[in-house]
Design a protein around this ligand. Sequence first.
Ligand SMILES: [Fe+2]
Length: 295
Amino acid sequence: MDKIYPVITVLAVLILVYILWCLIEPFFLVLDRAEIKRSSSDKVPEVKIKKIPLNTGSTAGKPDLRFFFFSDIHAEWCPVTSKRLCKAIRNAHNQSPLDAVIFGGDTVTNAHNENFGYRYLSAVSACCKELGIPFYGVSGNHDSKLINCSERSGFTSLDNRSVTMASHVSGTDIVITGLPDSGRKNRVWQTKMQCENNAPVILVVHDPDAIIHLDPDSRPDYMLSGHLHGGQMKFPFRIEFTLLKKSDKLPQMGVVQGIYDISGTTVFISRGIGCGVFPFRFLSVPEATVAEIYL
Ligand SMILES: [Fe+2]
């Protein structure tokens, strides 16, 4: 019996440390740089996945476009304040001008808390206006019950809409388009994008699973997503996805965060900055990203 007490004590300490760290980690914010280059693979119907490093560490060669991308604020459960996010946007813009700030969806977890989200995004919108940077966004699965979210938050919605931008480096046009998220219940996946253009296309869509539902000839060249929170609380054997979130298909294939080549499309998936339910994160630090697009 005497041998059991030390074991119980060690287990209790480990659990306490785990819970404490889960409460601390959501306060961190990593601002990383993602080099998003065009895939050299064919757009094949089957799902072929290749993991790509976030960046090569070099700063040689200017990107055609430079976006500040963040996702999944879940404002009522987001210890990273809008003030800190705006500071990160300012720092990134001062380093080298940003072409746009893009929000990947999930304003709040619960629609009753919508005002938390509108206040947060309005602060980001004011910062973008001050710096003269356009602010775009798409809806997430938690936003399906929000009405006029983009107008009340101060960003231009890309849900089934497109904008065309020219690269400052090569002068080449690029289309930025978005797809809305219908929400988890009675989910509707779109098979086509709402843009007709021969220019390279960047698709902003909350749930990265959207790529496997698009017709192969309708798939974009680049894609920016969120939704998965990097697993939010990581467990051994990816239990957070294999047992708890079975409906997400790409995580079952090992796709959770970072850059991937998925059947000919270069896909970036952000860990997001907020927390879905309760301010808990474990080994999935909140992330905002300077997404550098190379055409
Ligand atoms: Fe989310």
